[in-house]
Design a binder for this molecule. Structure first.
Ligand SMILES: [Zn+2]
Length: 317
């Protein structure tokens, strides 16, 4: 069976970004606005992977203070979208382990999750045990966030991993990154895919940029660059916009082929009962709350008291 790895090679990873932060701004140019010192300043120490994905030390010398400030607003939205994953696994971000507080509907109690403790009031339908399958299904209702901001953060991370040459060739990526509104001209792919590992997790986040071995096979066009964002027990797959090379090869009768990353090959397949995938639509500019259905696996379950509160002993996720 053909898979993602038949079509894509690992091109660059945050593991390759080993340049330490330099205090000398004289030679610095911002990758995102293309301005250089002293037109822009470089006093802040920017992270290639925002720290709400988990503590990490990947910093860069190519993000100016102005862009850094701009991205911070987008980061807040992104943190809201993903914080329940980190809370679930007790992974520390810059501000400690995030506490997930489920969105409170009128008339219902809110639910919180902290240090793997689940509390719920009348939102009981958000937690469903299946003792036969030994799974606990949790519907996480996030606070409101702006999906288009999340798109920008993902795009920015992908741009960080391009070579100078690739970015020069694809300067329209910067135009998309800096546009206030989504530009829907068919060059951007708005869906991101989320996979959840059952048996593996990243204490330190990491991003990998994959590049198509061939961008055109028969009549199938493959987006040239694909980003994989790994954190907690999550992989998010994000397709970078259609590249210049893709555009040059494009013909009306061709079809765009979005090859999905087979996260399960990295997981312990013997324990895999289903592939748990979720889709995010990142074109939306209004604030939305999403309900993310997460399946946890456990070995045993104990009753914590005589009321109908269920306790989970170390959910095995
Ligand atoms: Zn800049």
């Amino acid at each position: 069976m053909e898979s993602f790895f038949d079509f894509y090679n690992l091109h660059k990873s945050t593991d390759d970004l080993t340049d330490s932060y330099s205090k000398t701004p004289a030679t610095k140019k911002c990758r995102f606005c293309q301005k250089a010192y002293p037109d822009v300043l470089f006093d802040k120490i920017p992270h290639v992977i925002p720290e709400f994905f988990g503590r990490n030390s990947v910093t860069s010398n190519f993000e100016c203070d102005e862009c850094n400030k701009l991205f911070q607003a987008y980061e807040t939205d992104t943190a809201t979208m993903i914080q329940h994953y980190l809370a679930l696994l007790n992974i520390k971000s810059k501000k400690g382990v995030p506490v997930f507080q489920s969105k409170k509907d009128q008339g219902s109690y809110s639910t919180t999750l902290n240090n793997r403790n689940l509390y719920f009031g009348t939102n009981a339908e958000d937690y469903q045990f299946d003792d036969e399958q030994k799974t606990l299904t949790v519907n996480f209702r996030t606070k409101k966030f702006r999906p288009f901001s999340v798109y920008k953060i993902f795009l920015k991370m992908g741009i960080s991993l391009l070579t100078e040459e690739e970015l020069n060739e694809n300067s329209h990526y910067l135009y998309f990154l800096n546009s206030k509104e989504p530009i829907d001209n068919g060059l951007q792919i708005w869906t991101a895919h989320r996979y959840m590992f059952k048996t593996k997790y990243y204490q330190t986040p990491k991003i990998n940029l994959y590049k198509a071995k061939q961008t055109l096979i028969d009549k199938s066009e493959f987006p040239e660059f694909v980003l994989l964002i790994n954190f907690a027990n999550i992989v998010i797959q994000f397709f970078m916009p259609i590249s210049k090379r893709n555009m040059e090869e494009h013909k009306y009768e061709h079809q765009l082929r979005l090859e999905l990353f087979p996260a399960f090959v990295l997981d312990d397949i013997t324990r895999l009962k289903q592939i748990d995938t979720y889709y995010f639509d990142l074109m939306e500019t209004e604030k939305v709350s999403i309900t993310d259905k997460v399946v946890l696996h456990y070995d045993s379950r104990t009753r914590v008291n005589k009321n109908d509160k269920d306790g989970v002993t170390q959910p095995d996720c």
